[in-house]
Design a protein around this ligand. Structure first.
Ligand SMILES: [Zn+2]
Ligand SMILES: [Zn+2]
Length: 154
């Protein structure tokens, strides 16, 4: 665990530069919802999930550098969207649930992570009901989100 230095994260201009809490993401999803399309300014957004309790509290120096855009989501969560104030690149999204607790996972934007480890993580395509592109048949797709995982591990 202590040997794990995490994966490098950076924005386009390089002002934001840090590492993920570990090199083992919880998972990854390519999301085709309107919000992800806009935030990525591309056909879909790629989210790589890490445990929130490993990401927060942010180191003070990083917190000072990042800008935050906050909005309410359809599910009633308050989403904190962290981005580089110089080049505007979205770095990660974290959510506060309606009860005030922090959502268990933070979504790092896949393209901000400079490591092939990310792209070797099996990924689903979610919210394909709002996809703006034709999706290849071999992709694992879900109209919205996948059903809850089977309880095969504790
Ligand atoms: Zn930047
Ligand atoms: Zn989305």
């Amino acid at each position: 665990m202590s040997d794990d230095l995490g994966l490098p994260v950076s924005c386009e201009c390089g002002y934001i530069n840090f590492r993920t809490p570990s090199s083992k993401p919880l998972g990854m999803a390519h999301c085709h919802c309107t919000s992800c399309r806009k935030q990525s300014a591309s056909a879909f957004g790629t989210s790589v999930h890490f445990p929130a309790d490993q990401v927060f509290p942010l180191p003070a120096e990083l917190e000072q550098k990042l800008s935050v855009f906050t909005h309410l989501t359809d599910s009633g969560n308050t989403k904190h969207c962290y981005f580089c104030p110089k080049c505007g690149v979205r770095i990660m999204n974290a959510a506060i649930l309606p009860d005030g607790s922090r959502r268990y996972a933070v979504s790092f934007k896949g393209g901000a992570i400079d490591s092939g480890v990310v792209w070797a993580t099996p990924a689903k395509h979610i919210f394909t009901r709002s996809a703006v592109m034709k999706l290849p048949d071999e992709w694992e797709t879900y109209e919205t989100i996948p059903p809850p995982p089977a309880k095969d591990k504790k």
